[in-house]
Design a protein around this ligand. Structure first.
Ligand SMILES: Nc1ncnc2c1ncn2[C@@H]1O[C@H](COP(=O)(O)OP(=O)(O)OP(=O)(O)O)[C@@H](O)[C@H]1O
Length: 427
């Protein structure tokens, strides 16, 4: 009996020991597997290249690196030496300052509080809703919350943070921070109180003067000039349109929406082309070859929007082509709000520049610096005319004042002897 009991105890002990051994093996096996999966994942995340940004005097860029994924101009990209790994994205949870360029990382609670629990909507885009928010510091910002069902969302979110976090120019909308928390993806931008150019052109309340429009065109061209000729490697925006141009409190324009460009299905085919119908370069559509000249084409469309206030989806191209058939035909398609309130010479000069941007052969389109110079010349000419006008006004006034003085002197000299006599007589 005793022997049998011993045997049972021995059996149970051995069974238990085996059970513990097997559990340990399973536990450590799972841990090892998870570790390997994580290493693989962060290796993928780290495969973004870090590239330098040049500050060629075009703007206020202070940073020396830019992480670029899909918007780099291909030819120059090849020449830039790639850094091996980019560890920011995988380490981003550790620091409040997410990168050398100082983009802030916010918690979901902070954003929730700043937007009063997401009740201050500014508008809706294809990637989610934009809210006005006041951060704890008192800074007013715009918060873009990515819709959870956004197909392209994650990739575009990363592009926006990695790219825009390192591009700094007064004519680009600044990315202040981001939030990756509680399964949410949120971008925090500087607040642009006058909204989008599209709203200003096609909305009912606001009006844009010719002066404002000329300045907006120049601001946009400076923003693109920084992307094409200031950044190394150059950056192609791919989705320039009036909805992606935002205006601040003093009506200065900035280019927005870098990574969140919309995947458009063109002609019913999923061609993989990026951009927005009506703004897309026909040469890019037919060849799928993306160059900086595709941005130039889209900018040409925006310039014609500024002149005509006709949206590309409202047959703008047909109006432009009709106007091109006539000398000064652009006068016929000028925005009615501008009639009698602008210099037609300037309108025609700007239209001429826009026509060149829309040339069907990309090679024949001007570079962005040529466009900037062209628009600057219009503004300089206007300044010169204004100076000349005010000088001639001043000199007219001066000569009128001088002749009035002479008249008064003559009058006085006529009166003075008589007065003297009369004084003498009374004395
Ligand atoms: N930084 C900002 N400051 C103020 N308002 C903004 C800001 N960013 C976006 N908005 C407003 O939020 C709205 C939606 O913007 P969003 O960029 O999401 O979409 P969109 O560019 O209009 O369209 P899509 O994303 O489809 O290209 C716009 O009406 C815009 O005026």
């Amino acid at each position: 009996m005793v022997r049998q009991a011993d045997l049972v105890i021995l059996g149970v002990s051995v069974g238990l020991a085996l059970g513990i051994l097997i559990s340990c093996a399973i536990f450590f096996g799972i841990r090892w597997y998870k570790k390997r999966v994580n290493i693989g994942r962060s290796a993928n995340e780290n495969s973004v290249t870090t590239l330098p940004i040049r500050t060629n005097g075009l703007g206020t860029s202070t940073d020396i690196s830019a992480s670029i994924t899909s918007s780099i101009a291909p030819s120059r990209y090849d020449n830039v030496q790639k850094n091996s790994h980019f560890s920011w994205w995988s380490n981003q949870s550790k620091d409040r300052f997410a990168s050398a360029s100082g983009i802030l990382k916010y918690s979901y609670r902070e954003i929730q509080k700043a937007t009063q629990n997401f009740t201050t909507s500014l508008g809706q885009g294809s990637f989610g809703t934009v809210y006005k928010a006041t951060m704890a510091t008192g800074e007013v910002v715009a918060v873009k919350v990515l819709a959870p069902n956004s197909k392209q969302g994650e990739k575009e979110f990363q592009t926006e943070v990695l790219l825009l976090g390192r591009l700094h120019h007064r004519n680009l909308v600044n990315l202040i921070g981001y939030c990756v928390d509680k399964g949410q993806r949120i971008l925090v931008y500087q607040f642009m109180s006058n909204g989008s150019l599209a709203n200003l052109l096609y909305g009912e309340e606001k009006q844009l003067s010719w002066d404002d429009r000329l300045q907006v065109a120049l601001d946009i061209s400076h923003g693109i000039e920084y992307l094409h000729e200031g950044a190394v490697p150059p950056v192609i925006h791919r989705d320039l349109k009036s909805a992606n141009i935002l205006l601040d409190h003093s009506m200065r324009a900035k280019v927005a929406d870098f990574g969140l460009s919309k995947e458009e299905v063109f002609d019913g085919r999923n061609s993989g082309l990026k951009g927005t119908y009506g703004y897309m370069d026909p040469a890019y559509i037919s060849t799928s070859k993306l160059t900086m000249k595709s941005d130039i084409y889209s900018f040409g469309v925006i310039i014609f929007e500024l002149i005509t206030a006709i949206h590309p989806h409202q047959n703008l191209m047909e109006y432009i082509n009709l106007a091109a058939m006539d000398h000064n035909g652009v006068d016929e398609i000028l925005d009615k709000q501008l009639v009698g309130k602008c210099n037609l010479g300037e309108v025609r000069q700007l239209a001429k520049i826009a026509h060149k941007c829309l040339h069907k052969s990309p090679k024949k389109r001007p570079s962005i610096s040529e466009v900037s110079q062209g628009i600057s010349r219009i503004k300089q000419r206007r300044l010169r005319h204004m100076m000349e006008a005010s000088m001639s006004f001043a000199s007219n006034n001066f000569s009128r004042a001088v002749s009035r003085l002479e008249d008064q002197q003559l009058e006085l000299s006529r009166i003075t002897p008589r007065t003297t006599i009369s004084i003498g007589e009374t004395g």
